[in-house]
Design a protein around this ligand. Structure first.
Ligand SMILES: Cc1cc2nc3c(=O)[nH]c(=O)nc-3n(C[C@H](O)[C@H](O)[C@H](O)COP(=O)(O)OP(=O)(O)OC[C@H]3O[C@@H](n4cnc5c(N)ncnc54)[C@H](O)[C@@H]3O)c2cc1C
Ligand SMILES: NC(=O)c1ccc[n+]([C@@H]2O[C@H](COP(=O)([O-])OP(=O)(O)OC[C@H]3O[C@@H](n4cnc5c(N)ncnc54)[C@H](O)[C@@H]3O)[C@@H](O)[C@H]2O)c1
Ligand SMILES: O=C1O[C@H]([C@@H](O)CO)C(O)=C1O
Length: 496
């Protein structure tokens, strides 16, 4: 940078700092420094580090933070990585987290984390972000080395949009230049009055929940899993690894109603039954009862029947954690904080990413929330990249979900599936677990909208996003006559 430019940068920084001190509009400072490009950025981080320099002292006092991420989960870990990649983390980024540990790959909690002790369960620090997508393992040291301040176990309790100020549970007041809301979801709970909080009743969202569940599994004999969704399927499969008597109870007539067709669900249910899992379908919980020791002892169903259990795991959905940011703008249809295609809320310098963001799903022209890790990772990266580079690039997401169960050593059959696209239209299903299954969702114009594959090879899985993204017109009669999954995938591939 030339000395004239450097002087200009200093002038802009102090002008913005003065403005920030007067108005609380801290983002002007970062804007002024960022407008100078890489040189300005370097000046900004040097200033940030030199706390005694006049610009830094005026702007970066104890209360002010240039970039604040609220929530230390999956999206936060990937956002932090993007800040580092752009040289914008050091001394400039603060993460305010409710949890006691740095961001980790949450999917592990109902997979490797629940392996029985003799089957080498996953434990932290093994699965901190970003290892789930082949990236670096960002431990607490990584955050320190990269100059990122992380406030642990100090959730944000209040937010003032006018002054862009946060208050944490320990009483810290932080004025944010740019604020990235990545508070994710919280597990939906059964009401306390029907036994939802009894000892022995578990919910699973974070590593503390998983630790508590693992300690119960070690003593358990009879497990009831409430809910036939992702948590229900993954936890029930894990319980099989501990040789526990396991019953899944849910209100619908088949498992995974959000995604699976009845016929696909039937195949999975049969496989679970072969592993000893029992199903109670179409049933609602009236209450959970406690034994004389105060711990849960049974689930009473609305029809009066009783299912005994010493441990209950509840997986009845998740709710976006919008509090205390409701005033930023909540989407009434899908819940969550409403953002545009660059994750900007209606308030300048406030963004939302991951599970909590209600964003435009461009491909299908609707506002959506996606509660899966691929979106958490990609939305974080997209938001921070567009924020730091001022590129106006719209997020164009292709929905991708997956699961893996019965992965532990010695299981009779490992299960792994992936789904890409939109599960709308009629379906064509091919194959069985012996050896693999595919389901294609096809709309009334014969366009392939969504595709599911169980037990594919990596080459087969890599075809799915291409199909779901380009939505080719397929020959339905030909697809229906496919003699194997390989054959069906080839027919779909040839329509690209
Ligand atoms: C057990 C489990 C298994 C899963 N498995 C899969 C899977 O196999 N595949 C898949 O695609 N997806 C899976 N998911 C979903 C995936 O983990 C989420 O989509 C992803 O974690 C979302 O990332 P996020 O950062 O938006 O939210 P989260 O990862 O939930 O992070 C949010 C963070 O914000 C914190 N927070 C909340 N409120 C505040 C506050 N006021 N102040 C400070 N911090 C706050 C929370 O404590 C949490 O640490 C799973 C989810 C769970 C719970
Ligand atoms: N592989 C994955 O992608 C994965 C794995 C685990 C968790 N998750 C995420 O974690 C969150 C929680 O998962 P989840 O399985 O709890 O949610 P879910 O929405 O997948 O399933 C909820 C299930 O709960 C049942 N249910 C709803 N209300 C009920 C009630 N009152 N009583 C009994 N059953 C009821 C229904 O069977 C429904 O299918 C979701 O965001 C999910 O996407 C994802
Ligand atoms: O995406 C994922 O990350 C973790 C694990 O791979 C991290 O090592 C896991 O189980 C996933 O499904």
């Amino acid at each position: 940078m030339t000395s004239a430019l450097r002087q200009k940068a200093a002038q802009m920084a102090s002008a913005a700092a003065a403005a920030a001190a007067g108005t609380g509009c801290y983002s002007q400072t970062s804007w002024a420094l960022r407008r100078l490009g890489a040189g300005g950025g370097a000046l900004a981080s040097a200033a940030t580090r030199r706390r005694n320099c006049s610009v830094a002292a005026a702007v970066f006092d104890n209360q002010n933070r240039e970039y604040v991420i609220v929530g230390g989960g999956n999206a936060a870990g990937y956002a932090a990585r993007t800040f580092v990649e752009h040289g914008m983390a050091d001394g400039r980024l603060c993460i305010v987290s409710k949890e006691a540990v740095p961001p980790y790959e949450r999917p592990a909690l109902t997979k490797g984390y629940l392996f029985p002790p003799e089957k080498k369960p996953a434990r932290l620090p093994g699965f901190h972000t970003c290892v789930g997508s082949g990236g670096q393992r960002q431990t607490a040291e990584w955050y320190k080395e990269n100059g990122i301040e992380v406030l642990y176990e100090d959730p944000v309790e209040a937010f003032d949009g006018k002054t862009q100020t946060l208050k944490t549970s320990s009483g810290k007041i932080l004025k944010c230049g740019s604020l990235i809301i990545s508070t994710g979801c919280a597990a939906a709970r059964l009401p306390e009055k029907i036994g939802g909080d009894l000892p022995g009743v578990h919910y699973i969202r974070d590593v503390a929940d998983a630790d508590s569940l693992v300690s119960s599994l070690g003593k358990a004999k009879k497990i009831v899993v409430i809910g036939g969704g992702y948590i229900g399927m993954e936890v029930a499969a894990a319980a099989c690894g501990w040789n526990l008597d396991t019953t899944i109870i849910f209100p619908e007539d088949h498992i995974m109603p959000r995604l699976f067709t009845p016929s696909l669900a039937k195949k999975y249910e049969e496989l679970y039954e072969q592993n000893g899992v029992k199903f109670v379908k179409g049933a609602l919980i009236d209450k959970l009862d406690a034994g004389s020791d105060g711990r849960v002892s049974s689930a009473i169903l609305k029809d009066g029947s009783v299912v005994e259990a010493d441990t209950v795991i509840v997986g009845i959905g998740a709710k976006p954690s919008v509090s205390p940011f409701e005033a930023v703008g909540v989407n009434i249809e899908v819940g969550g904080i409403e953002v545009d295609s660059m994750f900007r809320t209606s308030i300048p310098s406030i963004f939302a990413i991951g599970d909590v963001a209600a964003f435009p799903l461009k491909m299908y022209d609707r506002i959506a929330r996606v509660e899966h890790v691929d979106h958490a990772r990609k939305s974080a990266q997209h938001c921070i990249e567009t924020l730091l580079t001022s590129q106006a690039k719209a997020y164009d997401y292709l929905p991708y979900f997956y699961s893996r169960v019965f992965e532990y050593e010695g299981s009779s059959r490992k299960i792994w599936w992936q789904f890409y696209g939109d599960n709308v239209g009629e379906t064509i299903e091919v194959g069985n677990f012996d050896p693999k299954i595919a389901t294609f969702w096809i709309d009334s114009d014969s366009r392939l909208k969504g595709v599911f594959l169980e037990s594919g090879t990596s080459e087969e899985f890599s075809l799915l996003p291409k199909l779901a993204r380009s939505q080719p017109i397929v020959d339905k009669a030909k697809l229906k006559s496919a003699t194997s999954v390989e054959d069906a995938l080839e027919i779909a591939r040839s329509s690209l």
